[in-house]
Design a protein around this ligand. Structure first.
Ligand SMILES: O=C(O)CCC(=O)C(=O)O
Length: 309
């Protein structure tokens, strides 16, 4: 049974994995103005970067009042959380609303446990827009300079207790914490068989529920190795393509992430991407789609467009 927002209901639990398989704390590095981002991306290992976000104008300015002032009348799409405050980042569970209404709802949700029906600004908070007020906000963040194409930049805003379920992304990612804190479980790509990827209907998802693991149904999950990461306000996480992540946000939380298309050679070597590629080209649906769309599906996969529909 795939995990859905309806069956991830243990709002009080971060994860139920075996502590014996927890990896030593993730490496931390200090940001400096001459920071070598391309070298960090080449290493392709998750790292916490201290001090980077503190240098952004956004770190000084962004709070609910400021963002409402700037974007109040702009439409966004908010994720509607399922049981226990979980989102599967499924576009079907999103609702359009004005940014001012989003802020009003976040204010009224703050200070109590997240629950089904709450809002969370997730993938609907794109900062790559032709809209001048949104462009002005994008200029208040500092985007790492690497020789890769930026695919998306997203504003994430929640009221605390919101959880994004276990998935991977086919892109290189820097996730920066402006307000509040996020706790993450990170699982390396070569541990993919331990998390039971589902590929269909969510090509980036897993069948396991990290809050309430069912080790009878998913016995390999018992021995999965993982990092537990706490991303504090002002810190950024470099999350290379293919690392599985489960994200629990604490307190009123505002974050920004940037996704870059990875180099082609990298995805060929990457376990979840290989699996996804094989699943796409071997499934009947995938083959039909390929035939019908004259290889559009394959091209989409190769171009690393976000694949959540
Ligand atoms: O912060 C979240 O809730 C999810 C973030 C995420 O999945 C990402 O940055 O790829």
């Amino acid at each position: 049974m795939p995990v859905t927002t309806e069956n991830l209901d243990r709002a009080d639990v971060f994860h139920g994995l075996d502590p014996a398989h927890r990896l030593p704390p993730l490496k931390r590095v200090q940001w400096t103005p001459d920071f070598d981002w391309p070298a960090l991306f080449r290493q392709a290992r998750p790292v916490i970067i201290e001090g980077f976000v503190a240098s952004w104008p956004a770190a000084r300015k962004w709070d609910l009042d400021y963002l409402q002032d700037r974007l109040g009348d702009r439409p966004v799409r908010a994720a509607i959380l399922g049981q226990g405050g979980v989102t599967t980042l499924d576009y079907c569970n999103e609702r359009p609303l004005l940014f001012a209404d989003l802020v009003g709802r976040l204010r009224s949700q703050t200070g109590r446990p997240a629950r089904a029906g709450d809002v969370y600004l997730a993938q609907g908070g794109s900062l790559l827009s032709q809209d001048p007020p949104i462009q002005a906000l994008y200029n208040e963040i500092d985007v790492p300079k690497v020789p890769l194409a930026v695919r998306a930049a997203t504003l994430w805003m929640g009221s605390g207790g919101n959880v994004t379920y276990l998935h991977f992304d086919p892109m290189e990612n820097v996730l920066a914490m402006l307000k509040g804190r996020k706790k993450l479980v990170l699982i390396p790509p070569d541990e993919t068989p331990h998390v039971y990827p589902i590929y269909d209907p969510d090509p980036l998802g897993s069948a396991v529920n990290l809050r309430q693991p069912d080790f009878e149904r998913h016995p390999r999950l018992k021995s999965v190795t993982y990092w537990e990461v706490v991303l504090e306000e002002g810190e950024a996480l470099f999350l290379p393509m293919g690392y599985w992540h489960h994200v629990a946000s604490e307190g009123l939380n505002i974050a920004v992430n940037v996704w870059w298309a990875p180099q082609h050679a990298r995805w060929l070597l990457n376990a979840p991407m290989r699996g996804l590629f094989l699943a796409q080209i071997t499934s009947r649906k995938g083959l039909k789609r390929l035939a019908k769309a004259k290889f559009q599906a394959l091209k989409q996969l190769l171009s690393f467009a976000p694949m959540r529909h």
